[in-house]
Design a protein around this ligand. Structure first.
Ligand code: NAD
Length: 409
């Protein structure tokens, strides 16, 4: 058996999420958090003590530390590009919190630097490591292509006081970049493409400059549409999320911003219904994500009504043969499972970094995925600013260095 050398990580930024990451990856045998740097020394010391790690004066000191193989970048988004570029240039692997950067030009620079460096960059897009989304993605041959995706996200602002960096577009990138990248990336996974055009609108909290409502619609090559609605206006207890996918003859309703449950309603043919009946036996494979440990609650359940309707039907001008109706439930334990599923997804992302650093393989959420989600999110931000459709290709070319003004549809 080959043993993977331990990946020794220096953590940059010892805030709330760094503590969550530290807890989530604590029992990975091939990863060790050995040093912590933060501009706030008290925070650095507190996290270092919890980890049994040492503190580093400045994050730059980690770049030349012979006992640091990788950096975990958990500062606010505005500094992700600077720290990640420096780490790659110093020959370190990087686990970068999302978003990869707040600006598409920097995203391109980071992504190119990652390729040039031969080091591994993982962006902590936790949804790429979520078993429900992986299962739905694996079931695409049964379900068909996504025709429309709608994500409704009633999120909490209870921990986000008015002065928090989250509300400052210059430091966070704004809602589409800071938070939206998760879901633009999930759409990339589930729809199999990056959109070509984006239209967005935002609204402010009454009587304030705080932008707390944001909606974007994206159009994908081939004609599929996706809508993303984020509302940072809720108490924690009133948070609600639903991702709905329309495949035509099938629909998926995925609940939780960290998905923990999905219901699929599928009209299908003889071969399809036979496949549905076999899904519970394939649950372990369908839900499998390297590094993500499922607990005993995880299951796929199905119920089938053969000949629930006449065989012949039509949709989008096409003749269909879909007499059977099936309900597929993908369940990780519902809402109570969220903290565990969230932590396991972070664990799986870090395990991906360690595995790819030793094998040279490409991670599930690497620089390409991180870059694409920033380009789409930046197009949404630009669309909301300018009040018109933004073509993703224009952002992409501008980000690659060609100065070209965004054009309207
Ligand atoms: N993947 C996810 O699901 C997820 C969830 C929450 C947050 N995040 C991301 O994690 C990152 C951190 O968020 P947070 O909520 O922990 O923020 P936070 O404000 O709680 O912590 C950030 C820390 O970085 C430190 N810092 C700031 N600039 C620094 C610098 N130049 N050098 C060293 N330290 C610096 C701050 O002092 C602070 O301790 C953000 O990018 C956020 O988007 C990701």
């Amino acid at each position: 058996m080959t043993t993977i050398p331990t990946l020794r990580c220096g953590v940059v930024g010892a805030g709330r999420f760094a503590a969550f990451v530290a807890h989530a990856v604590a029992d990975l045998s091939d990863v060790r958090l050995v040093a912590v740097a933060d501009v706030d020394e008290v925070r650095a010391r507190r996290l270092a003590e919890r980890l049994g790690a040492r503190t580093a004066g400045r994050w730059q000191d980690l770049l030349t530390d012979p006992e640091v193989d990788a950096l975990v970048v958990a500062t606010p988004p505005v500094s992700h590009a600077e720290v990640t570029l420096a780490a790659l240039a110093a020959g370190r692997h990087v686990f970068c919190e999302k978003p990869l950067t707040i600006d598409p030009y920097d995203a391109t620079r980071v992504s190119e630097a990652a390729v040039r460096s031969g080091r591994v960059l993982v962006v902590d897009h936790v949804l790429r490591y979520n078993p429900v989304l992986r299962a739905v993605e694996r079931l695409r041959p049964l379900l068909g292509e996504v025709r429309r995706l709608a994500f409704e996200n009633d999120a909490s602002d209870e921990d986000l006081p008015p002065g928090h960096w989250f509300w400052d577009e210059g430091r966070s990138g704004g809602i589409f970049v800071e938070h939206g990248v998760h879901f633009f990336d999930a759409a990339h996974l589930l729809m199999g493409s990056v959109p070509d055009a984006v239209q967005a609108m935002t609204a402010r909290r009454p009587g304030s400059d705080i932008v707390d409502l944001a909606v974007a619609t994206t159009r994908h090559p081939g004609g599929a549409l996706a809508t993303f609605a984020h509302s940072f206006t809720h108490s924690h207890r009133c948070e609600r999320q639903l991702m709905r996918l329309d495949f035509g003859a099938a629909e998926a309703r995925i609940s939780g911003w960290i998905p923990v449950h999905a219901l699929l309603d599928v009209w299908t043919h003889d071969t399809g219904v036979a496949e549905v009946e076999g899904l519970p036996d394939r649950a372990a494979d369908l839900l499998h994500v390297d590094g993500h440990r499922l607990d005993g609650r995880a299951a796929i359940r199905v119920s089938v009504r053969r000949h629930a309707g006449p065989a012949a039907a039509r949709g989008r001008g096409l003749a269909l043969t879909i007499p059977h109706r099936a309900c597929v439930e993908i369940d990780l334990g519902g809402e109570p499972a969220k903290p565990r599923v969230y932590a396991e997804s972070v664990r799986a992302a870090m395990a991906d970094l360690a595995r790819c650093a030793s094998s040279g393989a490409a991670p599930a959420a690497g620089s390409v995925e991180g870059w694409a989600s920033v380009v789409v999110a930046a197009a949404a931000r630009e669309s909301a600013h300018q009040g018109r459709t933004i073509h993703v290709e224009t952002v992409r070319r501008t980000a690659a260095g060609a100065p070209e003004p965004a054009r309207s549809a």
